[in-house]
Design a protein around this ligand. Structure first.
Ligand SMILES: C[S@@+](CC[C@H](N)C(=O)[O-])C[C@H]1O[C@@H](n2cnc3c(N)ncnc32)[C@H](O)[C@@H]1O
Length: 218
């Protein structure tokens, strides 16, 4: 049984990551980040980036979108705000310190919700997914990109071993795709519409849900 990461572990970890995050995680995760942003641009309109971090994805959007970011780490958001202040990202409307488990946005306000390298490390992934489904408009998409747990073979054994040692870094490498599928199966407002490995190496998986109910939008 997967034990969940504590919120304070994640906050402490990302306070430490913030100064070196762009240098370390920028290049390593760039292909996953780009794939998710490209899928979000295809939807366009108002896009919410959950766990926006230091704003590394700002370069991957353009004026056809309006980006709002949330993150619970103040040091990570400070870096994102510095990028906004450069004036290079007029499409980024705001970044706000907010816990993805309890978003303060009204229902059905975003055309698309994106979470890049986030869902595997939040304390309660199912609650965060339900919040994403609440704030996205009917017909809108929820796009995730992550490394997902290899459920069989040597890679699974290595990831189980690594899981015990990386929790303090704010990572949960043993997260399986089945958990995302189970959430979609138990949720009557969202449906899994895509699951694909991200080229060129297939290390990351892009998962897309669509809000399928027809709730009235104010
Ligand atoms: C691995 S970083 C990814 C940052 C960014 N999406 C990227 O691709 O570079 C994960 C981010 O999720 C944030 N995070 C973790 N749990 C969160 C929560 N419950 N609510 C909001 N943000 C959270 C962390 O603070 C961190 O900035």
């Amino acid at each position: 049984m997967t034990s969940d990461l504590e919120k304070n572990v994640v906050e402490t970890a990302y306070a430490r990551w913030a100064p070196i995050y762009d240098a370390v995680c920028g290049p390593v995760m760039v292909m996953g980040r780009r794939a998710a942003a490209e899928a979000a641009r295809a939807v366009g309109g108002k896009i919410l980036e959950v766990g926006v971090g230091t704003g590394l994805s700002f370069d991957d959007y353009d004026a056809s979108t309006e980006i709002t970011g949330i993150d619970m780490s103040a040091p990570m958001l400070e870096k994102a705000r510095a990028k906004m202040a450069s004036g290079r990202y007029p499409w980024v409307k705001d970044v706000v310190q907010m816990d993805a488990h309890h978003m303060t946005f009204p229902d059905a306000v975003f055309d698309c919700v994106v979470a890049q390298f986030v869902i595997t490390l939040v304390a309660n992934p199912e609650q965060v997914l339900s919040e994403c489904a609440r704030v996205v408009k009917p017909g809108g998409k929820i796009i995730l990109v992550n490394h997902l747990y290899s459920e069989v073979g040597m890679a699974a054994a290595v990831e189980r071993w690594a899981a015990k040692r990386t929790r303090k870094l704010g990572l949960r490498p043993e997260f399986p795709f089945a958990r995302l599928q189970a959430w979609a199966d138990s949720n009557d407002t969202a449906q899994l519409i895509e699951r694909r490995k991200v080229a060129p190496f297939g290390v990351y998986t892009l998962v897309c849900f669509q809000r399928t109910d027809t709730a009235l939008v104010a």
